[in-house]
Design a protein. Structure first.
Lengths: 255, 346
């Protein structure tokens, strides 16, 4: 009799544990699209053809604009965070490629969010192989790796401008971290203009305005006259990195 | 009764697991990484990429595979040859695809689990990222990761090994670099005569070696510090500027004027075999190296102050003293490591 009880008991335990394993949790997931719009004075930029003027009165055009967005986190009003899976959280935004400017994130925990946080560039202070290396082929195709170093280029901004002597001169700005001596990775948190509601079967969009002018005229003013080629530049690259951190704004939500 | 109980459990267990995918766990044993008792703690975070039997096997296969290069020939092992502590024996600078020449001397591979930064100028702060440089450099392996991954996907052997070595079973950049690291962190050279003496394992220095060791401590050890024989700093050691390469050294990484012509202080382990010497392989013998330090130092703004004490350039050493120091340096040769089959291509 005792043994039979044991058996029944064992069966019960095993069946119940079995069930627990197979039952999915009650959490549900939805998607969101981050829509990056690179603008100058709120108008979308036109590569090569359009001319712009910075606060140093330099007239320039843009031939290339690319940057890396990483480590996306959505934040609820109570401060609770949803971290997008780190190994999938690296994206390249390329002005030239329409698709690249719309980043679709799936498997976001349903709920209401009021803030978004993301990185510009790659956080090299963390252990690098949390999926970060799987971004290498993309970075490679887009020439966002420094060839002599194992580092990523976080932002590439190139074009030409009319220098003071009237000559048309190329400019080139490549921002990344400099080994362990200078970390130009920036994380920014944006307030959402209204509450983002993530639901199953819906795909809301967050429109993010990227004010490209800020590269020259942000917290720091940079004139191309000062320097028109910035790569591994310990003096100017941190200033421009700070400007870059200031150019993103969440402007609207379409729930 | 007992039989009934067992069969019930088995049945339930079976039905339980059959709900899951047909996952057959592959035996992939963790490799033991032993820190030699005379060594510091490793800098490499083993827990985040624990070396396993299959990961190591995969890493080794990749290390010796020309598929990682655009010409299918120049593997990692092409320039890093075990018999010479994984250096490119007698080659002044590394050789790449289609006979291309690099600008720097291939460094030995050993004790990488204990190093903070990699390459002559510290362009990589993590071992897992180091292979990106030689793989993508036009004058070295000149390949792209996209192309490598495609090539590997076509090889059933690799499909199998990646699946066995990593939980997600994928052929991707992350796993490729992790496997290479698993192979490389196991390369510990800690069984030289010097080690056996330091660990009191019964070996003793000859009189010359002993004299050399005493001289070494006062004349060399401020930079070639500790058991790793490097303080891992970057210094300008007074080499005349080579107009062919005009290699600016660490300045390329930091952009700082104060870092011009500085290179990483190399470890001296297995130094007897890693000739030629210096970042550009310009010095052929250990004797040439010591002559450089005694008589060849060229002054410049970033010259290391240690080499410019009391307004005198260089480190004073008599020919006799140099001989003693060289005798000592040869006690850093680790034959066990150089002949360790685990790391051999064949």
């Amino acid at each position: 009799m005792k043994k039979t009880t044991y058996i029944l008991f064992t069966i019960l335990i095993i069946i119940s544990s079995c069930k627990n394993d197979d039952e999915t949790t009650t959490e549900t997931f939805g998607t969101v699209v981050l829509d990056f719009k690179n603008t100058i004075k709120t108008n979308g930029i036109e590569l090569i053809t359009d001319l712009y003027t910075n606060s140093s009165n330099e007239v320039y055009n843009i031939s290339e604009l690319k940057y890396i967005i990483s480590n996306v986190v959505l934040i609820q009003a109570n401060g609770e965070e949803f971290t997008y899976p780190v190994d999938r959280s690296y994206f390249l935004v390329n002005e030239e490629v329409l698709d690249s400017k719309k980043i679709k994130l799936s498997d976001i925990k349903t709920g209401e969010y009021t803030k978004i946080r993301f990185g510009i560039g790659v956080d090299q202070s963390k252990y690098p192989l949390n999926g970060m290396a799987n971004f290498i082929p993309t970075a490679e195709e887009n020439a966002m790796l420094w060839s002599w170093s194992a580092g990523y280029i976080f932002l590439k901004f190139e074009g030409s401008y009319t220098a003071n002597d009237g000559a048309n001169t190329d400019f080139l700005i490549h921002i990344g971290s400099h080994g362990t001596t200078l970390d130009n990775y920036k994380q920014i948190t944006l307030d959402l203009p209204e509450t983002l509601v993530i639901q199953e079967s819906k795909s809301p969009e967050i429109a993010i305005n990227v004010d490209v002018e800020k590269i020259f005229d942000g917290p720091n003013t940079h004139s191309l006259e000062q320097k028109n080629s910035i790569q591994v530049d310990p003096e100017f690259s941190p200033k421009i990195a700070e400007n870059i951190g200031d150019m993103f704004n969440a402007v609207s939500i379409s729930n | 009764m007992k039989l009934l109980l067992y069969s019930v459990i088995i049945l339930i267990g079976a039905s339980c697991s059959s709900d899951k995918d047909n996952y057959i766990p592959i035996e992939n044993i963790n490799l033991e990484f032993t820190v030699p008792s005379n060594f510091p703690k490793p800098t490499y975070k083993m827990a985040l990429n624990p070396p396993t039997e299959k990961g190591f096997e995969l890493g080794k296969k990749l290390f010796y595979d020309g598929r990682l290069a655009s010409d299918g020939v120049v593997s990692c092992g092409f320039c890093h040859i075990q018999d010479f502590a994984f250096t490119h024996h007698t080659h002044i600078v590394s050789h790449g695809v289609n006979g291309a020449l690099g600008t720097r001397n291939a460094q030995p591979l050993h004790n990488m689990a204990f190093m903070k930064e990699f390459t002559w100028d510290g362009a990589t702060m993590h071992l897992d990222l180091q292979p990106i440089i030689p793989i993508t450099a036009a004058v070295e392996m000149n390949e792209t990761f996209n192309s490598i991954l495609q090539k590997l996907e076509e090889q059933p052997e690799y499909v199998k090994l990646f699946a066995e070595a990593f939980e997600d079973q994928k052929i991707n950049t992350d796993n490729l670099l992790k496997a290479l690291s698993q192979f490389m962190v196991m390369m510990v050279s800690a069984n030289s005569k010097y080690d056996k003496i330091e660990r009191n394992e019964g070996s003793v220095f000859t009189k010359e070696e002993e004299a050399g060791f005493e001289l070494f401590k006062t004349k060399c050890a401020s930079c070639h510090k500790g058991t790793l024989f490097t303080d891992q700093s970057y210094r300008n050691n007074g080499l005349p500027i080579d107009s062919l390469y005009n290699d600016i050294g660490r300045k390329r990484v930091t952009g700082l004027a104060e870092d011009i012509y500085k290179f990483k202080v190399p470890s001296l382990r297995n130094i007897e075999l890693t000739f030629p010497y210096m970042h550009d392989g310009r010095l052929k013998t250990l004797s040439d190296v010591l002559d450089h330090y005694s008589n060849g130092i060229e002054n410049s703004e970033t010259l290391d102050p240690i080499l410019k004490q009391n307004d005198t350039l260089g480190i004073s050493m008599t020919p006799q003293e140099k001989q003693y120091i060289i005798s000592f340096l040869k006690t850093l040769t680790d034959d066990d490591f150089l002949n360790d089959n685990r790391f051999s291509e064949f």
